[in-house]
Ligand binder design. Structure first.
Ligand code: SF4
Length: 365
């Protein structure tokens, strides 16, 4: 096996050349997917760049034998589940598609804020007070495959920030109540948008008995949110936003729904990463926009839209350190090992977890 230390001496151009050489030989056997928050050097070599929903759909459609997925672990697990359905493996004559990461340590702190064991314990505690069958458990795609499997086993679904309202609306048609995990911010904003009253929304703090709620609050709640959040989207500043608006009365402020509610309340609109990109690209020349999402993406929007003023509504840049772990050097290392027939950094999901998680993931497709 080739060691990463051999590659650390390579320049960006040398790494890019080595990746191009692998791709030349591999042709359609290999696909490179990247999330919008990946570094520019990775975005430049990707076959497809997208948000979680777009990437999941691309993986589901892909007929490649191997994917280099430049994102974070939950995205690779989702791609592995979708690419390795039993019928897809049969079509590949029994071969699993390989889903490889440039850096296997790239995780998502929000996804790690709930484990399957905690989800099961949540259910157990609720069952002492209410009929659990009245709840649909919904997990944001930013969660482990085990958390998705918990939702699949309990009649629930997976949503992304792009389709959360649709998924939650459907859930309410089937059952009167909802559990939303792990992102309390997206859960609250989505529930409010669908007309749930603020007093019908409770937040479950897992470190406290009964989530820190009293029995009446639990019985009354229409929506119970797991107390998780994305650390990257928590630092937008009310005072910076107010100053931007005061200095530029025509400025529009758009934000990702992973932001806290007080920030969403100050916005002119909110939406998924793809929505925010569309807002910027469709804005008239000369527009002033403040965009509340991950800094690397906002910085790229600035460079791609030099005729518009794009402001960042925080005191300092907020970067997703895990998304930044995908580099050309690590991509070259991963791909050359794959070419040698010794794949590394492969993410795969146990069959029973994959089956239950798939039931919840069908809502994305
Ligand atoms: S931006 Fe937030 S939610 Fe997205 S991968 Fe990074 S930590 Fe996770």
């Amino acid at each position: 096996m080739r060691e990463l230390t051999e590659y650390e001496k390579l320049s960006v151009d040398e790494s890019r050349d080595r990746i191009a050489a692998v791709r030349e030989v591999a042709g359609e056997r290999l696909t490179v997917l990247a999330h919008y928050y990946a570094p520019d050097e990775i975005v430049d070599i990707a076959d497809y760049v997208g948000d979680s929903l777009g990437l999941a759909k691309k993986a589901a459609e892909s007929s490649a034998e191997a994917v280099l997925f430049c994102g974070v672990r939950f995205m690779l697990e989702t791609a592995d589940i979708l690419m390795n359905r039993p019928e897809r493996i049969a079509a590949r004559e029994g071969k699993r598609a390989l889903v490889m990461a440039p850096d296997l340590s790239a995780g998502c702190p929000m996804a790690d804020m709930i484990t399957a064991e905690q989800a099961r314990d949540w259910k157990k505690q609720l069952e002492t007070l209410v009929d659990f069958n009245e709840f649909t458990p919904i997990t944001y795609v930013n969660s482990s495959s085990e958390t998705k499997a918990f939702c699949g086993r309990n009649g629930g679904a997976v949503c992304t920030s792009a389709n959360a309202e649709k998924v939650v609306r459907e859930a309410f048609k089937r059952r009167p109540k909802l559990l939303f995990m792990p992102d309390s911010r997206l859960g609250r904003t989505t529930s409010l948008a669908l007309g749930v009253a603020p007093e019908e929304i409770a937040t479950w703090r897992p470190s406290l008995p009964l989530g820190g709620l009293n029995p009446n609050e639990i019985k009354r709640a229409k929506v119970i949110l797991w107390d998780g959040c994305c650390p990257v989207h928590q630092h937008f500043s009310e005072s910076v936003i107010k100053k931007i608006k005061a200095d530029n009365p025509r400025a529009e402020f758009w934000v990702h729904p992973e932001a806290p509610r007080n920030i969403v309340d100050l916005s002119d609109g909110y939406g998924s990463t793809t929505t925010l990109i569309d807002v910027v690209s469709k804005a008239a020349s000369g527009s002033v926009l403040a965009i509340g999402t991950e800094w690397k993406l906002v910085d790229r929007m600035r460079r791609q839209n030099p005729d518009k003023t794009i402001l960042f509504p925080a005191e300092r840049p907020m970067i997703c350190a895990n998304m930044a772990k995908s580099t050309l050097v690590k991509a070259a290392w991963t791909l050359e090992n794959w070419m040698d027939g010794e794949p590394i950094n492969v993410v795969s999901t146990f069959d029973d977890v994959a089956e239950d998680a798939y039931r919840a993931l069908e809502s994305l497709l």
